[in-house]
Design a protein around this ligand. Structure first.
Ligand SMILES: O=C(O)C(=O)C[C@H](O)[C@H](O)CO
Length: 412
């Protein structure tokens, strides 16, 4: 099964996506997601200039060997651009292997360990009434676990609030929160940690009073706190029994979580910006996290994601794969196959793509009764309509950034 053609397809139906399409001599096609939000064209160049020439003529069955070749032969390892490119190749090869075998990828990974994947959606609102409406909408859509993000008094625009960025995806896109905004320059948002820390516990108290103790609730701190601030927040949220507190501190400083852990029993999740098992190794071994947030698209593909989860299983760390709309339907399908197969699945983030995206990427994953399932089609189960993709050329878009009241840049 030799690779005959490797194409890099950039399309921007509701947002930008980068997809690698491999075609074998006998005409099978495999897709891989290489989308890196706000830096998409860097991965396009890495793929086109440095990876595609290495793929032509290779045996598409040799997934492990190809992964090691791309990772080790570059000498320069890791990093989001490299790993997104490697991920796309790895996903496309699994897609091809599944199609060649006539089996969905989860069968090749050991078969289903469950009926479907518990998935959480993003409820948000600047004020409580808007937030409550958003929670109700998510419950009506069948979500059985919900992430809660709110505005903070005194701050104009902060991470995770859908109503402030409804223009982000353009047109009729249905995004609960799409932070990347189209335009020539990134948008500035504001931040005040003390105001946030004062406000958030009351929000969770109100949500629990309104919706009761059963529903799993999640929250994303989006990397903004110092370790001691995160420890305080975790402690104050304990009465509201969170499923997890995510990205409480910036991900680079992994030792931070030791301090956070000593002070709170609120479960912790981290890792959406991590690229490899090496970023997770100590956090898993020391059991400093409860959920790993890597995404198949940014961790180098299905092969290393499965290995990382098998390692994590020894330490009772579960999956919570990153699943915002900047993971394309191909990436979402790939991690749904992994999630269905592994023993230590925890939860899947699932924001749902917009209508235009769904016309470009024909998916076979299903969403029923709050459970996501990758479907039973051979391979990953996603096909790309190249003509439809061609209608939406790349549009420059950036993630926002933060400044404090005195003008200092802060983590976003
Ligand atoms: O989904 C989440 O938890 C996120 O934090 C989303 C990120 O802001 C987004 O993927 C950045 O591209």
């Amino acid at each position: 099964m030799r690779i005959d053609k490797a194409e890099v397809i950039v399309t921007s139906p509701d947002r930008n996506f980068v997809t690698l399409k491999l075609t074998t001599e006998d005409g099978l096609t495999g897709l891989g997601d290489a989308t890196l939000n706000g830096r998409e064209l860097a991965v396009v160049a890495y793929l086109k200039e440095h990876v595609v020439p290495l793929l032509l003529g290779r045996d598409a069955h040799r997934i492990e060997d190809t992964w090691q070749f791309l990772y080790r032969s570059a000498y320069w390892r890791r990093g989001p651009v490299t790993m997104a490119a490697v991920a796309a190749v790895d996903m496309a090869l699994w897609d091809l292997k599944g199609k060649a075998a006539g089996l969905p990828v989860y069968q090749l990974l050991g078969g289903a360990s469950r009926q479907g994947l518990l998935a959480y959606g993003h409820a948000s609102g600047k004020e409580l009434p808007e937030l409550f409406d958003s929670v109700r909408e998510h419950l009506d859509e069948g979500y059985r676990a919900i992430r809660i993000q709110t505005g903070v008094p005194g701050l104009k625009a902060i991470y995770g609030i859908a109503s402030q960025s409804a223009d982000a995806g353009g047109g009729e896109a249905r995004y609960d929160h799409e932070p990347a905004r189209r335009g020539a320059l990134p948008v500035q948002e504001d931040w005040d940690t003390r105001a946030y820390l004062r406000h958030l516990p009351g929000v969770f108290e109100a949500v629990r009073n309104e919706f009761g103790p059963e529903i799993p609730l999640l929250h994303d701190g989006h990397h903004r706190l110092t370790p001691i601030q995160a420890a305080k927040l975790g402690k104050e949220l304990e009465p509201y029994d969170l499923f997890w507190l995510e990205d409480c501190t910036p991900a680079e400083n992994q030792e931070s979580l030791r301090l956070v852990r000593q002070h709170t029993t609120t479960p912790l999740a981290i890792g959406e910006v991590f690229n490899t098992i090496w970023d997770f190794k100590d956090l898993i071994r020391e059991q400093l996290i409860d959920y790993m947030r890597g995404a198949v698209t940014h961790m180098g593909g299905i092969t290393p994601l499965k290995k990382t989860m098998d390692y994590a299983a020894m330490y009772q760390v579960k999956s919570g794969f990153h699943g915002p709309t900047d993971i394309s339907p191909v990436g979402m399908a790939a991690q749904a196959h992994v999630g269905l197969a592994i023993h230590n699945f925890g939860i899947q983030e699932y924001m749902q793509h917009g209508a235009k995206t769904n016309e470009v990427f024909h998916q076979s994953y299903t969403w029923e009764n709050g459970l996501l399932h990758p479907g039973t089609k051979p391979g990953l189960g996603v096909e790309l309509d190249v003509d439809e993709a061609g209608k939406y050329p790349y549009e420059q878009a950036y993630l926002p950034y933060n400044r404090l009241a005195d003008g200092t840049i802060h983590d976003w």
